[in-house]
Ligand binder design. Structure first.
Ligand code: NFS
Ligand code: SF4
Length: 650
C-alpha cells in the first residue's frame, strides 16, 4: 500500500502516520532543523544484531563478548552462554524500567506526604479512595481525621520501598490463585527497591548463570513495579489530584495557540504539571501574558505527563513521544518543561532554532543546553509561576509559526472505577454487565494496547491498525501511554468510533455511550489494567485467575525499558503480551522459546513478537479465542480484516 511520505523521508525512516506532523517535519527540514527523521536516516538500516538480539555481553572488562547461538566456541570469555547473556540483558531492562517507575512512585509519595502535612499545595481530593487504600494498608480509619489517615498512608507507602521482607500491601489485591502461583514460584516481591538491587546483583559478572532463575527474579522485580511502585503512583496521585472520570479534550499539534503563550509539559510526574494547571489562569499570570500582547497562557502536554493532566483536567495533548521535537518545530512553543523519562536529548538543539526555552526541573534529569529550575513540591506554586513568567517573557521573540489546524476530540478518563460505574450503571456499579457481555459473546474479550511510539516504525500506524482490527472483531480495547495518544489522533477515543466495531461491541458501546477504545491514563496507570482484570475475575463466571479471562496485551511500537518491565509484570500476572517490530532476546532461540512458550506453563501467560500489525491483532484474537474455548464460551466467527475501505469510513 502506498502511503504519502514527506519529501525528505526515504524508505529508511518510516516516519509518522499523521498529516499534521508531516507538514511540520517538512517545514522544519526546509529550515534545516534536524529531528529524529534525519537521525534515523543518518544511522541507516543496520543495527548491531548482537545488541538488538540480546547476545552481546559487556558486563565486565574482559568483554564485550558477542555470541552466536549454536556455535559452541561462541560463548563469553567467562563461559557465559547466549541464553544466559540474553536473559541477563533482558533482566537489566526490567530492572531499569522498574527503577524508572519506582523513582516516580517515591516522588509521588514524598509529594503526598507533604500534601497530607499541609506542606505542599495539593489536597486530598478523593477521600473515598484514601479510605479504601488505607484499609489495604491495614490503617485504622475509624474516628480519625483525614489528615492523620493520609499521613499514615504516606508513611506506610514509603516503607514499601525500603522493606526487606514481609511483602507488599497491594499484592493482596491480586486474585488469590495468582498470589498462590507467585508464592509457589518464590517470586512474591519482598520490598520494592530490594528487587531492583537483587536484579542488578544477579546480572553482575559471575553471579546468576541460570536463565530460568534469572527470569524468576525478573518477574519478582517487575511485580514490585506493577503491583508496587506503579500502583502506589496511580492510587496516591488519584487521592491527591482526583480519580479520573470521563472527560472531553483535544489531541494533536492543533491544540497549540497562535495568540497565546504556549507552555508544554513533558515527562512523567504530575506534581509540577498539576501546579502549573493551578496557576495558569491566575489573574497575575493572565495580566502578564496580556502585557506582552498574548491573550493568555495555553498549557498542553506531551508524553505521559500529558496523559496525567488530560485524564484529570482535560488539558490537551500536543503530542506523543515521537512528536516532541515536532511540537517545538511549530515555532509556537515558548517553553517546554520537562522532568524525567522519554525526553530526547535533542530538545535543546531543536529549541535553539526557535525562541523556545527548554526547562529541566528534576535534579535527576538535566540536559546540557537547557535551563534548570529545580522543582520542589513545598514551593510548587512559586516554581510554576516562575516558569510560566519565563515563558511569557519569550513570547515577543516568537518568529513565524506553523501550527497545523489538525486536532481531534477524545474522551479520556477511564479509571477502572469509571468503567465500573459506566458499565454497571449509576445504581449498581459493577463489572457484572461487562462479564455478561463477554460470556454472551457480544464482547469477545479485552485487548490492552499500551506503550511507546518509536522512530523505527510508521509511528501511529501500527497502534491504530491493531486497535481497528481488534474493535472490528468485538474486542474492547484499553489503552495507556503514547499508544493512547496515537489512538486519539485517529479519532478512536470517541463514542462515534463505535461505528468501526463489530456488531456486538458496537451495541454495547452505543448503549453505554463509551468509545470502543478506553483511555486509562499514563504508563504507571497500567496498574489500573491489573485492577480491571482482577475485578473481572472477582465478578465471576470467567475463571478464578487473570490467566483465564479472555484478555491480552500488546506494545506494538515499544521502545523504552519500562515497556519490558510492564510486559513482564503482565505476563507474570497471567496475561499474554505481544510486542512489535523487535524483541531483545531474538538472537538466543533458547531464551526466546523460554519466554514465548515455556512461561505459559509457569504463569498462564507468555510473550510474543510480530512485525505486522495485522499479525499482532491475529495473535491477540487467537489468544483470546483460546481462553474462550477453555472457558467453554467460544462461538466460532470469521475474523474481520481491517481494510482500506473501512479505514476511509472514519
Ligand atoms: Ni510509557 Fe510514557 Fe510514551 Fe513509552 Fe515514554 S511517555 S511512560 S515509556 S514513550 S508510552
Ligand atoms: Fe564476556 Fe563474561 Fe565479561 Fe560478559 S561477563 S563481558 S560474557 S567475560
Amino acid at each position: 500500500m502506498e502511503r504519502k511520505r514527506t519529501a525528505f523521508c526515504p524508505s529508511i525512516c518510516p516516519g509518522i502516520e499523521c498529516e499534521a506532523s508531516n507538514q511540520v517535519l517538512e517545514f522544519a527540514s526546509n529550515k534545516g532543523v534536524n529531528t529524529f527523521v534525519q537521525r534515523v536516516e543518518g544511522r541507516g538500516l543496520d543495527r548491531c544484531q548482537f545488541g538488538a538480539g540480546g547476545t552481546c555481553c559487556r558486563n565486565c572488562s574482559m568483554g564485550p563478548c558477542m555470541m552466536i547461538e549454536g556455535v559452541p566456541e561462541s560463548i563469553g570469555i567467562c563461559g557465559a552462554t547466549p541464553a544466559t547473556t540474553a536473559a541477563r540483558n533482558f533482566c537489566r531492562m526490567i530492572a531499569a524500567g522498574a527503577a524508572a517507575h519506582i523513582d516516580h512512585g517515591r516522588e509521588t509519595v514524598m509529594g503526598f506526604l507533604a500534601a497530607a502535612k499541609g506542606e505542599a499545595p495539593y489536597e486530598i481530593k478523593d477521600e473515598r479512595k484514601l479510605l479504601s487504600t488505607a484499609q489495604l494498608f491495614e490503617i485504622k480509619t475509624e474516628g480519625r481525621s483525614i489528615k492523620d489517615i493520609a499521613i499514615e498512608l504516606g508513611e506506610k507507602a514509603m516503607a514499601e520501598f525500603g522493606r526487606q521482607d514481609g511483602g507488599l500491601h497491594f499484592i493482596k489485591r491480586a486474585p488469590v490463585k495468582r498470589q498462590e502461583i507467585w508464592k509457589k514460584l518464590g517470586i512474591l516481591p519482598r520490598g520494592i527497591d530490594r528487587e531492583v538491587t537483587e536484579m542488578m546483583h544477579r546480572t553482575h559478572m559471575g553471579t546468576d548463570q541460570d536463565y530460568e532463575n534469572l527470569i524468576l527474579q525478573g518477574s519478582r522485580c517487575a511485580l514490585a513495579d506493577g503491583w508496587g511502585a506503579s500502583m502506589i503512583s496511580t492510587e496516591l496521585q488519584d487521592i491527591m489530584f482526583g480519580t479520573p472520570v470521563p472527560i472531553r479534550a483535544m489531541v494533536n499539534l492543533g491544540v497549540l495557540k497562535t495568540d497565546e503563550v504556549n507552555v508544554v509539559v513533558h515527562g512523567h510526574e504530575p506534581l509540577l504539571s498539576e501546579a502549573l494547571a493551578m496557576v495558569v489562569d491566575d489573574p497575575e499570570i493572565v495580566a502578564a501574558a496580556q502585557a506582552v500582547g498574548a491573550k493568555g497562557v495555553n498549557l498542553a502536554g506531551v508524553c505521559c505527563t500529558g496523559n496525567e493532566v488530560l485524564m484529570r483536567h482535560g488539558i490537551p495533548i500536543a503530542g506523543s513521544f515521537i512528536q516532541q521535537e515536532i511540537v517545538l518545530a511549530t515555532g509556537a512553543v515558548e517553553a517546554m518543561v520537562v522532568d524525567i523519562q522519554c525526553i530526547m536529548q535533542s530538545l535543546p538543539t531543536v529549541a535553539k532554532c526557535y525562541h523556545t526555552e527548554i526547562i529541566t526541573t528534576s535534579p535527576r534529569a538535566k540536559i546540557t543546553g537547557a535551563t534548570h529550575i529545580e522543582f520542589d513540591h513545598h514551593n510548587a506554586l512559586q516554581v510554576a509561576k516562575d516558569i510560566i513568567k519565563r515563558a511569557i517573557s519569550r513570547y515577543p521573540q516568537r518568529g513565524p509559526v506553523h501550527i497545523p489546524q489538525r486536532k481531534t476530540e477524545v474522551v479520556a478518563g477511564f479509571s477502572h472505577e469509571t468503567i465500573n460505574h459506566m458499565l454497571g450503571g449509576a445504581f449498581r456499579a459493577s463489572y457484572r454487565p461487562l462479564n455478561d457481555n463477554i460470556i454472551n459473546g457480544r464482547i469477545k474479550g479485552v485487548g490492552a494496547i499500551v506503550g511507546c511510539d518509536s522512530a523505527r516504525v510508521r509511528s501511529g500506524y501500527v497502534h491504530t491498525t491493531v486497535a481497528r482490527e481488534l474493535i472490528a472483531n468485538d474486542v474492547l480495547v484499553l489503552t495507556t501511554g503514547c499508544a493512547a495518544t496515537a489512538c486519539g489522533r485517529e479519532g478512536l477515543l470517541t463514542p462515534e468510533a463505535a461505528s468501526l466495531c463489530g456488531p456486538g461491541l458496537r451495541e454495547v458501546c452505543e448503549a453505554v455511550g463509551i468509545p470502543p477504545v478506553l483511555h486509562m491514563g499514563s504508563c504507571v496507570d497500567n496498574s489500573r489494567i491489573l485492577i480491571a482484570a482482577t475485578e473481572i475475575v472477582r465478578e465471576g463466571g470467567l475463571g478464578d485467575d487473570i490467566s483465564q479471562i479472555p484478555a491480552v496485551g500488546c506494545a506494538p511500537e515499544w521502545m523504552s525499558e519500562k515497556a519490558i518491565a510492564i510486559g513482564q509484570y503482565f505476563v507474570a500476572s497471567g496475561a499474554s503480551v505481544i510486542f512489535g517490530h523487535t524483541f531483545p532476546t531474538t538472537k538466543s532461540q533458547v531464551m526466546t522459546d523460554y519466554l514465548f512458550k515455556d512461561l505459559l506453563d509457569l504463569y498462564g501467560g507468555c510473550w510474543g513478537m510480530e512485525n505486522d500489525p495485522h499479525d499482532i491483532a491475529r495473535w491477540m484474537i487467537e489468544a483470546i479465542d483460546k481462553r474462550r474455548e477453555a472457558l467453554g464460551i467460544h462461538k466460532k466467527k470469521e475474523r474481520v480484516l481491517f481494510d482500506m475501505a473501512m479505514r476511509r469510513e472514519l
